[in-house]
Design a protein around this ligand. Structure first.
Ligand SMILES: O=C(O)CCC(=O)C(=O)O
Ligand SMILES: [Fe+2]
Length: 284
């Protein structure tokens, strides 16, 4: 054990009387720091006087994590957002899945393809240490927009935020993926696995993913739907439509896959949503 320097009796008495008078541990620490104690020393003194472990003291003084938020699931038959009427064409409750028709206009789909096409690269996945990696399970090409990157992106992000009742800063940058015949995204979960060593790093900002919105920017000639094998559901890729699904961490029913394109090509834009803000708010 490390020997601690003795605590002056007057300081001990002051800490006890101040906390007994109803002042918080945080306030006591702040006052001590103002009178010249260094933060580590004052924490160890207060913990010793109040006979509490330092870890318990942390619970009083560390900023509380904001409680995680959840998306609002669009409900049938229709939702009006941004001057559009979006049809909720199919609803599943477990896992939570919604098929949304008319989320994007044909012009918006075309414009998203045009803005992303010159920037496509072989799509990557996040490996267990949190690094991006080329992955044989995902053979498409892709790119990310940054939040609010263009007027078009801003408009779509705002529409999604209103539709799901979740602020824009909870969204990851929009990802566009392009699949050619034979290309697919094998079955996977979108939530981050807490057992993986990279989990803390990936979720340090924004926390866990809570929902996904896969928007179809074109209609493949054949194949390319989004399958949910646990419930035997395949959503048809139709230009302007989307599949929304929400999940808790570990929800294995949310398993899904981008089926191989058989003929033609497939373009999607995916928005992944997090329980906490990922970006600094524009006000700060
Ligand atoms: O291509 C699809 O239909 C699914 C895409 C997907 O699962 C994803 O981007 O996370
Ligand atoms: Fe996915």
């Amino acid at each position: 054990m490390t020997s601690r320097p003795p605590i002056r009796p007057e300081l001990r008495e002051w800490i006890l009387s101040t906390t007994r008078a109803g002042h918080s541990v945080e306030a006591v620490l702040k006052l001590m720091q103002e009178t010249g104690y260094d933060p580590r020393q004052s924490r160890s003194i207060v913990a010793s006087v109040l006979n509490m472990p330092i870890t318990a003291l942390d619970a009083h003084t560390q900023p509380k994590a904001q409680p995680g938020r959840r998306t609002r699931h669009p409900e049938a038959p229709q939702v009006s957002v941004d001057g559009r009427t979006i049809d909720v064409a199919l609803s599943v409750e477990s896992p939570t899945v919604r098929v949304l028709n008319n989320l994007l206009s044909p012009e918006e789909c075309e414009a998203l393809i045009a803005e992303s096409r010159p920037r496509l690269q072989r799509a990557k996945t996040v490996d267990s240490s949190g690094k991006q990696q080329i992955d044989a399970r995902r053979t498409s090409e892709g790119m990310f927009f940054t939040i609010g990157e263009s007027p078009l992106i801003k408009r779509i992000e705002q529409r999604i935020a209103t539709l799901l009742s979740l602020p824009i800063d909870h969204g990851e940058g929009l990802q566009v993926l392009h699949y050619l015949p034979g290309q697919q995204y094998e079955p996977h979960y979108d939530w981050f696995d807490p057992e993986q060593p990279g989990f803390a790093a990936i979720t340090a900002k924004g926390g866990q993913r809570i929902a996904s919105l896969v928007m179809y920017l074109n209609t493949p000639d054949s194949g390319g739907g989004t399958a949910f094998p646990e419930i035997g559901l395949t959503v048809t890729a139709l230009r302007g439509s989307a599949v929304y699904f929400a999940y808790d961490t570990g929800d294995t029913a949310s398993l899904h896959a981008g089926l191989p394109v058989q003929k033609g090509e497939k373009w999607i834009a995916t928005k992944w949503l997090r329980e906490r803000p990922l970006q600094k708010s524009s006000r700060s």
